[in-house]
Ligand binder design. Structure first.
Ligand SMILES: Cc1cc2nc3c(=O)[nH]c(=O)nc-3n(C[C@H](O)[C@H](O)[C@H](O)COP(=O)(O)OP(=O)(O)OC[C@H]3O[C@@H](n4cnc5c(N)ncnc54)[C@H](O)[C@@H]3O)c2cc1C
Length: 461
């Protein structure tokens, strides 16, 4: 067995581990940071994401919103310093509905989230001719509005997005939202980290030695043999393997994993304009079928579910440059809790279901029914706590820390999360949202009483 020494050892080189390493080395000046992964960096969950971000988070409280606002501040800082190496842009998210009652809920939700700190709410109910509502430019992130625009005149919506279902009645457009390249972001962070001494070790963390309730060393299995790394600080950033990593410290971390799929397909008929924001249809829908198809699906018990109502929330965004035909789409209609496995299997009909769901928002997509171009369904796990908030901070074993349970927001939260983790490790002063993400929050009876009414899909699209 060979021996190494590190100031901080991080288990996991997904976006959380990489951001933690960057913040520890570059911002906190810690010299020997060792990042360990049994796989290529960013190859388990962090490369499966749709790479979107938003400062649009519900309560209770404003911790999550302020955390994300700060994460976006840090992303913007990094974009400035790197000549926008990771393609940050800010088109916003657009939520659409054809239901007047949902339009009223849009207004209520928007007021609440804007009041929590997302920015001002602008309501557009006048005529299209007088409207000052404008889309953001497709590229760049500077000098754009914050808060949200609520458009209650359908004519303005139809003029802005002529390809949308003409029954639309309202649109809510939070503005400090968009997407970026997660791989480019990670490679930038890793490059900067390596310049300040971050080292990568390919291997599996197999155990952690603890003496008198303090981390002493980490055992790693590598292709070249076993390595023992002596360290005083050990960070678990193991993504969907958080629970397994916790067990090495005799801890039962309160997390579980949900499998989420995404569809990528080609739009050669240019039905979806390339400049649009992320767009979400906020109504429950039925999939569209011909009469003959309906009869066939109804006749078979295993396909009858395709005739049932599906939940609201199917959404998409264009991917790639102006000349790219690729669209990414997500719809969490069949979320399953399961143990993580590499290359999880998705149902073969998944792509067609998402397409037919999307056709409720964009009727022109029916041109692709039964003949999707270049469809690829992949995905990964949302590692979650019961209230869909992350775990960032110290663990009950001295010198052990966690950064994970980042569910469907790990890319957008990576910068503020990495910073917060590094502040904990370095005993630096903490932002006032820090307590909201500690493991020890579950010991607080007031917090526990909030959990009774707190949905596991809070803030999840
Ligand atoms: C379909 C989909 C869409 C998404 N869309 C978005 C989005 O639009 N915006 C957003 O912000 N987020 C999104 N997410 C969520 C985001 O991708 C995740 O929150 C984030 O990637 C999790 O990062 P991580 O570092 O915690 O985990 P991972 O990327 O899984 O990294 C964990 C790493 O730990 C390693 N590891 C684990 N155990 C060990 C061990 N014992 N030894 C060595 N290595 C170990 C693994 O090999 C892995 O590489 C999406 C996720 C999915 C699945």
């Amino acid at each position: 067995m060979s021996r190494l020494t590190a100031d901080v050892v991080i288990c996991g080189a997904g976006i959380c581990g990489i951001s933690a390493a960057y913040h520890l080395a570059v911002r906190q000046g810690i010299r020997r940071v060792l990042l360990i992964d049994e796989r290529e960096p960013m190859s388990f969950t962090s490369d499966k994401s749709t790479e979107c971000y938003r400062n649009w988070w519900p309560g209770p409280g404003d911790s999550m919103l302020r955390f994300m606002n700060h994460s976006i501040d840090l992303l913007e800082e990094l974009a400035e310093e790197s000549n926008n190496y990771f393609g940050l842009q800010r088109r916003g998210y657009v939520f659409l509905t054809s239901r007047p009652e949902r339009a009223r809920e849009f207004e209520q939700t928007a007021r609440q989230i804007c009041d929590l700190g997302a920015g001002p709410l602008r309501v557009h109910a006048g005529t299209a001719a007088d409207s000052v509502y404008r889309l953001s430019p497709p590229e760049g992130y500077r000098d754009q509005p914050t808060g949200a625009d609520l458009v209650l005149n359908p004519e303005i919506i139809r003029q802005t997005f002529p390809f949308i279902n003409q029954n639309v009645v309202a649109m809510l457009h939070p503005r400090r939202c968009g997407w970026l390249s997660a791989q480019q972001l990670a490679s930038y962070l890793l490059e900067q980290g390596k310049r300040r001494g971050v080292q990568l070790l390919r291997g599996r963390v197999a155990g952690v030695s603890v003496e008198k309730n303090r981390v002493r060393s980490v055992q790693v299995e590598t292709a070249q043999g076993n390595v023992e790394v002596h360290t005083g600080a050990y960070v678990i950033a193991a993504g969907p393997f958080l629970k397994q990593a916790g067990r090495m410290l005799d801890l039962d971390l309160p997390v579980y994993n949900e499998l989420h799929a995404k569809l990528s397909f080609s739009d050669p008929l240019k039905i979806i304009p390339r400049h649009v924001p992320l767009m979400l249809w906020d109504d429950p829908v039925y999939l569209q079928w011909t009469e003959a198809e309906r009869r066939e699906l109804a006749a078979d018990e295993s396909t009858r579910w395709l005739l049932e109502p599906f939940p609201a929330g199917v959404h998409f965004r264009p991917e790639g440059r102006e000349d790219s035909p690729i669209v990414l789409a997500i719809w969490t209609y069949d979320v399953r809790t399961q143990e993580p496995v590499p290359n999880p299997r998705f149902e073969p009909e998944h792509g067609e279901v998402i397409l037919r769901g999307l056709a409720n928002m964009i009727p022109g997509l029916s041109a692709y029914f039964g003949r999707l171009y270049a469809p690829v369904v992949d995905g990964g796990y949302y590692c979650k706590t019961q209230e869909n908030r992350p775990l960032i901070g110290p663990l009950p074993v001295d010198g052990a820390f966690v950064f994970g349970a980042v569910s469907g927001f790990g890319i957008m939260g990576s910068m503020a999360g990495g910073e917060l983790l590094a502040q904990h490790v370095s005993s630096d002063s903490l932002p006032d949202y820090a307590p909201a993400f500690l493991l020890s929050r579950y010991e607080d009876p007031v917090y526990r009483s909030l959990l009774a009414d707190w949905s596991a899909v809070s803030g999840q699209l």
